[in-house]
Every structure is written in structure tokens, then in C-alpha cells.
Design a protein around this ligand. Sequence first.
Ligand code: OGA
Ligand code: NI
Length: 361
Amino acid sequence: MDSSLLQWPEPIVSVQSIAETGTTIIPDRYVKPASERPVPVHTPDPSFSGNPSIPVIDLGKLAEGAAECRAAMRAISDACRNWGFFQVVNHGVEPELVRAVLATWRGFFHLPAEEKQKLANSPTTYEGYGSRLGVEKGASLDWGDYFFLHLFPFSIKNYDKWPKLPYSCRDVTDEYGRQLMRVCSTLMKVLSLSLGLEVGFLQEKFGGEEIGGCMRVNYYPKCPQPELTLGLSAHSDPGGLTVLLADERVPGLQVRKGDFWVNVHPLPGAFIVNIGDQIQVLSNAAYKSVEHRVVTNAADERLSIAFFYNPKSDLPLEPARELVTPERPQLYRAMTFEEYRMFVRKKGLRGKTQVQSLEAV
Ligand code: OGA
Ligand code: NI
């Protein structure tokens, strides 16, 4: 292990503790360079008619007749090509469970600071309660705290790192993880087929029974100067698929569309799905991961739960041979997810520079 990953380069100060002082000025470390600030919050692309937004897909259609199923698959494929992002409704995850997982994690972030600190994380595994991502000394920081944990494969799940409070947290999170793995499995099959691959292709490449599932619960406190900072800097997700549960009452997520940032308004009960870098690599860029970021606001705190469906960490992944042709040569070299993830762990979030670093020369 690289020794720089054993501990954080500076003491961690939770954003929540800064927000709770009632300060009206955010510390310099959180002030972004002018080019990254979220102003204007939304600039419509003149080529769009109406208000652009990510597509909404009814997953229930996959279980209907052949025509409905084909149409839903086509809609997913189009969304992957055009946006890298879509919302899913009718996904089969129970609404009570969705409410419960949001409530239990809200409860966690409202525990006293000492209680949360018991689970403070380190950059070796990221598991636990934390605030920053990269280990670069002096790096610019984002206006958010998080809790990160591994759910799958079972062999790496470690309850010692999970919150003991609220009491419901463990059971609810476990059940949520199981149901989310099912949603991801369905999506992976659709993606495989829509790329012209065998139905189980992507999951097999991801390691079958050993596929990873982890979760980051993001907590964005109210921010007195939202125009100067970001809750999460622009990034693409390093793994396979991300399924995000976000509070529909407090917007914040923005997705890149060309040169613009488009606000995402989650429908009640919907999940927001996006393609990660590993699908971009396996599909030889037929499907591309898309940059997104989070803006903060002064009126409300915001909680989101990102579930990441990732390849087993030690399998080298490279573009599917079926998708490499003389017209479209192999765009990326092989790399394991373990190695890939080190980039974020060292440097923090850097837009799409990471997947670009894999481009075959
Ligand atoms: C993430 C992420 C978005 C959000 O956790 O990778 O992009 O709305 N979260 O919190
Ligand atoms: Ni993300």
C-alpha cells in the first residue's frame, strides 16, 4: 500500500461542524476557482426546445409484452448514448424501504459529532464517516460529508465499520443493498443486450458472484455562500453503474450536457441511474460516463444515497472484443478496478481525466 493512503494529509473537519457554527462566510478551502463555481446555476442550451431534462424510464415495461420491453430497452440505450443518465420509475424497490433508508441515514447524520467520529474513515478503504476524497495536501474541498460502506461481495462486508445507531440502520441498509443489486442486475442485462452482447456479458466481466456493491451516503449541509462552492466537484463515477436516491424536495445534482449543466429534478420515488467509467471502458465508449456535480443551497440541507455497482476489484477490464472493429479500434487499455480507483483516492474528483488516462496509445 502506498503510504500516502494510510492517513489523511490534514485533520478532517466535517462540513457539518462548520455549518453549525452559523458562519456566513465559508472557509477559503471550500471556495472554488471562478470557472468551477455554479453560476449561472442553469444555462439552457439554445438547441434544446423546452426545458431539457434526463429521460425517465418505466422499468415495469421490461416485464410487459415484447413490444413494450423492446421499447424500454431502446429508451435505456438511447439514454446511455445521449445522456449517460436517466431516471427509473417502477423499479420494484418498495417505497417504505426507500423512506426508511433515507430516514435512518438522516438520523445518522443528526447524531452528535462524537458518535459519528467513532466511525471516522481513512483513505485506505474509505469505509466510514468522512468528508474529503483525495489525499492531496492543500486540495480544494467540497461542501459535503459522507458515509461510505461496502455491501457486496459478502466477503468484504464489515459490520464493525457500519453505524450502530440508529438501530434500524444496519437492517434497513442491508435490505436496501439487496434490492438495489437486483435493480442493477436488471440494468446490466439490458445494457449487455443493447450493446449486442450476450445477456450476461457485462456481469460476467464484472466478476459474477463477486460483483461489488457499495454505498456512499452524501450529506450536504446548508451553505451560506452556495454561489462560491460545490457539494461535490465535477466527476464521472469510476465504477460500473450508479443508482442514486435523492430527496426530490431539495435539488442539487447537475449533469453535463455539452458545455452546459442541466439540473436534475428527481421524480418522487424514482432513482437516478448513471453509467460509470467501467461501462465506458467495456463498451469501448459506445456508452460514456458523464460528468456531474452537486450544488449546495442556503435554505436546506440535502441527503443523497449513491449505490455503486462495481467490478470485482482484481479483474483486468478492457473493451469487449465484440465492440472493437477496424473502424473502431480498442480505445482503452486493460486495468483492474483496484488500480483504477487509486486515481480518485489520490487526486480526488477530477472531471473525466481519469478515464481519459486509460486511452490506449
Ligand atoms: C456521487 C454523486 C450525487 C448527489 O455520490 O458520486 O454523484 O446528488 N452524488 O449526491
Ligand atoms: Ni457521482
